[in-house]
Design a protein around this ligand. Sequence first.
Ligand code: ARG
Length: 587
Amino acid sequence: MTLIEELSAIVGAAFASEGIESTYGEVRSSDRPDLAQFQCNGALAASRVAKRNPRDIGDAVARRLHENDLFLKVSVAGPGFINLDLTDAFLSERLNCLVGDTHHGGWSKPEAERIVIDYGGPNVAKPLHVGHLRAAIIGECLKRLFRFVGDEVVGDVHLGDWGLPMGQLISELRRERPDLVYFDASFEGPYPQDSVVTLEDLERLYPKASAACKADPERADEARRATAELQEGRPGYRALWQRFIEVSRVAIEHEYADLGVTFDLWKGESDADPLIPEMADGLREKGLTVKSDGAEIVRVAREDDKKEIPPLILFKRDGSVLYGTTDLATIVDRVRSNAPGRILYVVDQRQALHFEQVFRVADMAGIFSADRLEHIGFGTMNGKDGKPFKTREGGALRLRDLIDLVNKRARERLEESGLAKGYGPGETADVAHKVGIAALKFADLSNLRTTDYIFDLDRFMAFEGKTGPYLLYACVRARSVLKKAETAGAGTAGPIRINQSEERDLALTLLAFAEAVRDAYERRQPHIISDHAFSLAQTFSKFYAACRITDEADPLVRASRLTFTGTVARQLETALSLLGIDIPVRM
Ligand code: ARG
């Protein structure tokens, strides 16, 4: 139970004793920490239902709460706001429990669920670009958060490895190197194991093919035929396509690794393909499909829709499948392979309509209940002009180039700040990389997921303010205090004692972690963890400035402050690791 839940239960019981529903006793952290630690505003809403003056209700509830010795102060302000302060004894006792907690004060769910998170969506032969950044960063964070609270989570990259781009590639390579054995229809195999194409080949062939298909309808037809033959299983094409996937995957995996992002499953859209005929039969049996202009579609619109939801196209007139078809079949695959209780899609907000269609069909067909399918949408990362971030040439910035840019800037910032001085080249590069990625990820994850934000590297990279580098620095500092204490023989950590306001604030902040984790989990909002990490770092910084630690004369106070410091270090590390941020040992 979080502290807020516990207090809400106590205040709720006091409301109940007044004959008012206990839900009005909901407590939250105070908006005015200078006046009180916690507050309950329920008396105002309750007054309408109970037909009693809110101030009366507030006073009556406060009188009951006074009897509880965990409150140092209970007061009623204005028309009936109940303000609450806890005793230091209670806070210390709670914090002493937190100190030994393997979750470092985090929250766990009472019942675990099995979850699939789909948060990659890279496409074969196309380099990762900034558009893939947010899915990776947010998805990795949610995966870690769900695991932390106790869920069993499978992260799937869901590679874009099916459809027209594959046929475009095959036909382009065929034009360039018609002699390759993959194109010889009479060849009976086995096909060579080593790759005939490099990543450079793919990255060159794909834009060339796609431009050619746009310009020339005949060329586009050729690509379509190749796609159809691939999907029908032509052995040479299948073998070649496997090579494309292998080559792409190595590169993609490497870039994700640089971002500290990993996947448990490397399935692709193609894995769902064999399930399509059976799935389509199921839809037909249920009478859900209709023919329209030669295509086969599923109507999903409902009477109460506020905007028009167009039908999902299952098969085009030529029989080929679309994005929605593969996503639907992928759900069938996931049900069979992973038996999830819930599936989350961390994908750009602009695909909301697509997911609405897919979820409706899945629900109507009894494949998966729509309330267990969640599109976790997000806004775009924009340039300073407010438009989706582009290179100076107007193209999408490659992730690889973005990471290089960030690393370079981090190195400059370290030099300017006189940090990471005198380290070997390996360690300097490692610290710079960690600082750079922390800057990028923290900036992303400190925004409300659904809003757009502006890429401003100088701001992200500052060592002061609400930034990744500031938080890394706070962690490293807390660690170094502990190390210094150890070297100085300053004794060991001991029970928490609260003597000063900075200690009290730190105790309250550490105890608020549970609520932050719960809230972030329930709302699928990483920024709540970012906010907590930042407020913990700030509160620690004030404590550090005001309280002697290693050189405190009183051994009991010193031991308590060492415990404070160690607990902050561990909780901050936990919060950052939930955000997917790695911390250097020193900087
Ligand atoms: N490959 C897709 C794209 O580039 C994203 C896939 C997202 N995941 C999904 N299950 N649709 O837009």
